[in-house]
Design a protein around this ligand. Structure first.
Ligand code: 5GP
Length: 220
């Protein structure tokens, strides 16, 4: 039986450690395809075009929107971020689980377009830890950190729209939890209706054979 790929959305406040978590997950489990977003934000030190993001100008990004080449996009703290369509659709068609690490507005758009997407939210163990991680990263200036904290307040108001949360306390544990959550989705009845229908018919046929005494003879 071939497995259909699941579209997994992972969101969480800035600084919660989503990026590290995703990196670990995709390194450990080869079945996941991590989508690379396009963005107009400037690369951070160490980031490479085509690896962390496709870094694009505002004009280039608007071109992608006009050509309908993004599944979703959003404006986050003054920059565009969006998910390229082709990669995601190809990977899902090939049966791979695709992970989108995106913010709330994008997550909600994905849910509208793909109702069976799985929406996960990564939480910090407490707010203090978030502040430490955000400050400790040292890649953003204070105004950016303030804007991101404000965004965290807004996002926290809508966490109920997600399916599951993962508290990112211990990295390894969070990664395993994430993997299990995605894996368990593959066993949902509503994701396996074709198989269910096939078994249903086979059992019906078997019952009919039993009734007619045919199956009993075969097994004796
Ligand atoms: P950062 O600038 O820290 O890399 O990302 C800022 C926020 O944008 C994060 O919450 C991240 O999950 C989100 N983000 C990254 N790529 C996308 C995308 O393609 N679409 C949307 N809607 N959000 C994204």
């Amino acid at each position: 039986m071939s497995r259909k790929g699941i579209l997994v959305v992972v969101s969480g406040f800035s600084g919660v450690g989503k990026g590290t978590l995703m990196k670990l997950l995709t390194e450990r489990y080869g079945q996941y395809a991590l989508s690379i977003s396009a963005t107009t934000r400037a690369p951070r030190e160490g980031e490479e075009d085509g690896r962390e993001y496709f870094f694009r100008t505002k004009e280039e990004f608007e071109q992608l929107i006009a050509e309908d080449r993004l599944i979703e996009y959003a404006n986050y703290c003054g920059n565009y971020y969006g998910t390229p369509r082709d990669y995601v659709e190809d990977q899902i068609d090939q049966g791979r689980d695709v992970i989108l690490e995106i913010e709330l507005q994008g997550a909600l758009k994905v849910r509208e377009k793909f109702p069976d997407a799985l929406l996960l939210f990564v939480m910090p163990p407490d707010a203090q830890t978030l502040a430490q991680r955000l400050n400790g990263r040292g890649t953003e200036d204070e105004a950016v950190i303030r804007a991101r904290m404000q965004r965290a307040v807004e996002e926290s108001a809508e966490v109920e729209k997600y399916d599951y949360m993962i508290i990112n306390d211990e990295l390894e544990e969070s990664m395993e939890k994430l993997h299990q959550l995605i894996e368990s989705q593959h066993s949902r009845i509503d994701r396996n209706l074709e198989f269910v229908e096939q078994i249903r018919q086979e059992v019906r046929e078997l019952a009919r054979e039993f009734q007619a005494g045919e199956a009993l003879e075969v097994h004796e």
